[in-house]
Design a protein around this ligand. Structure first.
Ligand SMILES: *Cc1c(COP(=O)(O)O)cnc(C)c1O
Length: 442
């Protein structure tokens, strides 16, 4: 925790911090996202994103063989883009009328991992596995990657360990894909990780190491243990290039889906994207990719729980990943798995600083209400974190973003990025839903 003086000096420079500390839902506009200005040069480029997409294509035959459920889409892991008319009507009854069309990017239905971590988490492990195999002389890029399911490859990878710190979902994705490839996977989980996630991991042969502290502590311990072992590789959610790159590919895929649906994105047809945000890797990667494609015509907003505004705190204070929500007296206690993060990613936050249009915060209760409403209106189940984007259009309307930037919202396309849900067991789903409907009645 910082001293009162230090916190006061931050508040003086950014008064919204007072509201953030008081745990009020806020909408913050990023002063460093200057539209119509040349983007700075980042350490990753559009070409890196395209190369990442190519890696996914090379691995498609592996997915078809190892996970037959992916054969229908030829081993490419992708999720539907669905228009949600009924939910839009429900939202319109409660608050400002949403201008434009409302869509859900259903990453809750991504194969195998059932969350957006199937993009970043899987990508980093595949990238590492490919590199190891090429360096060992047992693979070249032109080969049929179905070979990754062979005993020879599994035996080769069994000498190596992959470690990761996680509140749950990242661990699930890394654990599942690593174990399938033959790696020894070790997941360091924080105290808030759900029992069913730990059980599921163990059932796949993944070693689960539990910590009593929060995500940052689990990550710290995991990093130290893993890096001390020369045969081990650590997937570092607080500073990973590869995770980020994996997420950028989602932008390329979304652009293709929009094109196929004849949805135009240009100055007269703006695109708005609302992404739940933990360390900022997945929303940052998505935003980076979309900015490369659409420039000023896409407006990316992140959402964080009022109790875990990690990226918001980093950007508002300018301290980036040097500050944690604990430093300003916030407890980082939320039931939104994947968003229970106190300190943002160093790598992602420096990029988000230039490309995110704004960040709003949301209370936990609201997540459950939205979960029940989406279930009732669209028959789509999301985990609580994944619902956070649903109020995005209305939150952004509150602060006159469109008027400020002279944007005509009539032709807007709003995309709510639904980041997870499919792996949540039935019993848990019921509890979540009931909590949401209780909120609606009371
Ligand atoms: C991980 C996760 C996020 C956030 O991703 P970050 O890269 O941590 O910002 C959002 N929603 C769900 C369901 C997640 O698992």
């Amino acid at each position: 925790m910082y001293s009162k003086n230090k916190i006061n000096s931050f508040v003086k420079q950014a008064p919204i911090l007072k509201e953030i500390i008081a745990l009020k839902p806020v909408v913050w506009l990023n002063p460093n996202n200057k539209l119509k200005v040349e983007m700075p040069t980042f350490s990753i480029k559009k070409g890196d994103m395209e190369a990442a997409a190519k890696l996914w294509e090379r691995f498609a035959p592996f997915f078809v063989k190892a996970f037959p459920e992916t054969a229908g889409n030829n081993g490419i892991l992708e999720s539907p883009l669905t228009e949600i008319h009924n939910m839009k009507e429900l939202l319109n009854q409660e608050s400002t009328k949403i201008q434009g069309r409302l869509f859900l990017k259903c990453d809750n239905a991504l194969p195998i991992a059932g969350s957006i971590k199937a993009r970043g988490g899987f990508f980093e492990v595949l990238h590492y596995a490919e590199e190891l195999a090429i360096n060992a002389g047992i693979l070249s890029r032109g080969d049929d990657y179905g070979i990754f399911t062979s005993d020879k490859f599994k035996q080769f990878f069994s000498k190596y360990k992959i470690g990761v710190g996680s509140t749950g979902n990242l661990g699930l994705s890394i654990g599942i894909i690593s174990a399938q490839l033959g790696f020894q996977a070790i997941v360091y989980v924080s105290a808030d990780a759900k029992t069913w996630k730990k059980d599921l991991l163990r059932s796949k042969g993944v070693k689960v190491v539990e910590f009593t502290g929060d995500f940052s502590e689990a990550i710290l311990a995991g990093r130290q243990k893993t890096n001390a072992d020369p045969m081990a590789y650590f997937v570092d959610d607080e500073n990973s290039n590869e995770l980020f790159l994996g997420y950028t590919v989602g932008a390329l895929r979304l652009a293709k889906q929009l094109e196929e649906a004849n949805i135009r994105v240009d100055a007269d047809n703006p695109l708005f994207v609302y992404s739940p945000c933990g360390v900022g890797g997945s929303p940052g990667g998505t935003a980076f990719g979309l900015k490369q494609i659409y420039g000023d015509d896409v407006h990316c907003f992140y959402v964080e729980p009022t109790h875990s505004p990690a990226v918001l705190t980093g950007l508002v204070t300018g301290e980036m990943s040097n500050i944690s929500v604990h430093d300003i007296g916030i407890d980082n206690k939320t039931e939104a798995d994947g968003l229970a993060v106190g300190r943002p990613s160093n790598f992602a936050t420096n990029i988000s600083n230039h490309i995110v249009s704004g960040i709003y915060t949301i209370e936990d209760n609201r997540l459950f209400t939205l979960l029940a409403q989406l279930m009732d209106s669209e028959k789509i189940f999301l985990e609580p974190s994944a619902t956070a984007g649903l109020i995005g259009p209305q939150m952004v309307a509150q602060i006159d973003y469109a008027a400020k930037h002279k944007i005509n919202m009539e032709n807007a396309t709003h995309i709510v990025w639904a980041t997870g849900g499919d792996l949540v067991p039935k019993e848990e789903r019921k509890l979540f839903y009931n909590r949401g409907t209780d909120n609606l009645i009371n």
